[in-house]
Design a protein around this ligand. Structure first.
Ligand code: DCP
Length: 218
């Protein structure tokens, strides 16, 4: 709750790996009165000295369940974290974890049906019992080939083994969730931005979302 007990306007920033979610959040650092919650990738890379992200990519059958259950915990923590500002901007959500990543791991049998069932039950339990505020989803829409090049270029060590087919599948899952609406729930209206643009042009595209996020004429 904010200082005057009004809930912050809560925005999830979603999009494929390498779509520029962190850059988008950084764009909003210039504004006052906005809480930015970047994705806890660093926590996933160092849980009591263990790199869960690396373990998951090296041996998905063994570690996907552990990794996604820790992702759920860290995302729930972000959802529940109070903000004393009128706007709260979060990188990703429990929803993309479930509808994109866990969905992919279930479909390609990385997760055993029993493991998937446990993750899904946790997701449903949280949805029905813990309030998750969501007012807007910003979808940074990209082409798989473009983000694939970005991922190769940024060379995050854990992601070196990621094939284009995985990025294409994640793209389809984001589209199914946010555009085609195949799941019953899409927790908020979706604003789609063209995130294929390179850094020199993307600021104008980010600006398109400012009035909806800050909710004033800009
Ligand atoms: N990841 C995952 N399961 C999730 C969330 C993320 O396996 N539920 C993985 C995919 C990436 C890494 O974690 O290897 C970080 O992915 P994100 O797309 O969430 O973050 P990026 O840093 O790629 O975002 P961007 O480049 O858009 O700022």
């Amino acid at each position: 709750m904010s200082a005057n007990n009004v809930k912050p306007f809560t925005v999830f920033v979603e999009g494929n790996i390498g779509s520029g979610k962190t850059t988008f959040l950084e764009h909003f650092r210039q504004f006052e009165d906005i809480t930015l919650l970047t994705e806890p990738v660093e926590m996933w890379r160092d849980l009591k000295g263990c790199n869960l992200l690396e373990l998951m990519y090296k041996d998905p059958e063994k570690w996907a369940m552990t990794f996604q259950s820790y992702v759920s915990l860290t995302m729930l923590d972000m959802h529940r974290r109070p903000a004393s500002t009128p706007v709260k901007l979060m990188e990703r959500s429990l929803f993309s974890a479930r509808y994109c990543f866990v969905e992919h791991m279930m479909r390609n049998n990385t997760l055993h049906p029993a493991q998937f069932a446990v993750l899904d039950e946790w997701f449903r339990f949280i949805q029905h019992n813990i309030p998750i505020d969501a007012d807007l989803i910003v979808y940074l829409k990209t082409s798989p080939s473009i983000v694939y090049q970005r991922i190769k270029k940024r060379a995050r060590s854990e992601e070196q083994c990621v094939p284009l087919s995985y990025i294409e599948e994640l793209h389809r899952l984001h589209e199914d969730w946010l555009i085609n609406r195949i799941h019953a729930e899409c927790p908020a209206p979706v604003l789609v931005l063209d995130a294929d643009l390179d850094l020199s042009q993307i600021t104008d595209e980010y600006k398109r979302s400012e009035h909806q996020i800050l909710r004033k004429a800009v």
